[in-house]
Design a protein around this ligand. Sequence first.
Ligand code: SF4
Length: 428
Amino acid sequence: MNKSDSERIAGILSHFGYEEITDEKDADLLIINTCSIRQLSADKAYSQLGVWGKRKKTHPDIKIGICGCVAQQDKASIRKRAPYVDLIFGTHNIYELPTLIKRIENGEKVCAITNNPVICNQNDFKIQRKDSVNAWIPIIEGCNNFCTYCVVPFTRGRERSRRPEEIIEEAKNIIKQGFKEITLLGQNVDSYGKDFNDKNITLANLLRELNKLEGEFRIRFVTSYPSDITDDLIDAVEECSKVCKYFHIPMQSGNSHILEEMNRHYTKQQYYEIVKKIRNRFPDVAITSDFIAGFPGETEEEFQDTLDAMEELELDYSNTAAYSPRAFTKAGKMTDKFLSEEVKYERLNRLNEKNREVCLKSNEKFVGKTLKVLVESKTEKDGKIILNSRADNNKIVHFEDETKDVGDFTNVKINKAQTWCLYGEPTV
Ligand code: SF4
């Protein structure tokens, strides 16, 4: 979501004659788009501001801005730590940027943070997409779930879906520009449409509409909340040939008591059932997940359930993190239950080890199979050109084929599996 926001911010700035440069030493305007999901990313943002602040001492004309979740969370108090910052704007104020830029260009110090999003048709702004193959489309912003560890509902606000017509128009433009993959984004993507008073506006129906668009391209969607995956959504994924057979479904913990403490609205058993239902429908599907190690009060036995879940569910890959207390959250106040850093990181190490083991096993299942892939980039190794591609199920596949280039779809027979990727050869 942050990458997508950055592409939209760069597009808006280009309206004002700003051009992206590669060496930040030549910049007139520096903006850092921040993430506050963990303390480490927030600390990195402040450290980067410090570097720019030093530069401003010798180059007083440069303007410094901060946006994203740290800005939304810390607001004007950012100036206590970084008084040289010219512009602070929140996740809800991106589309106000044209006015904000004029104000800082006139020498004003600006802090624009609202809790009510500034709504506009996003197609009114040019988007500077960074990738030439994949294009992101945010379809829903914010989250209503209030998981006890998560700051997102406080920084991104409540769920707000974009109108389907606006999304379809953006998709048409993307396809016209030659992009081959569209990724629909949302903190809780399968909640799409619930905020409209129209039961026909759902993620499933949006996929069906996008699937009808002409052209050779494929569609993904992230991130799915387990209990919001409906049978209709699974049906839509099956019906739509352009929709990838891939689901990213964060489980967070393999233990029902910890899931309750996290305010996740499903049990371990319910999550297992969802995975089973999807695997029964799509034999080569990949299911990936997220897990937190060392949630406040988590016992060794409860953590063991998470290790078991990763293995029993044969998850294809998982993002893992040690629990990081966040401001405003319920879990952040459970200080008497906090585990030591030593325990959290020891569990995280074991979780990562299990992840590697399970990923390798999952990849080995594809040896001998043929996967349809999209070439995303190429690299040179020992005088050979290696094509780096991704299969529909999101597996990374490397292969050689002089007849193919970035943006091409092709079939590859897998002949070798490693922990994080597959190797293969083109089929004739
Ligand atoms: S569903 Fe995801 S974004 Fe929403 S509160 Fe939970 S972890 Fe945060």
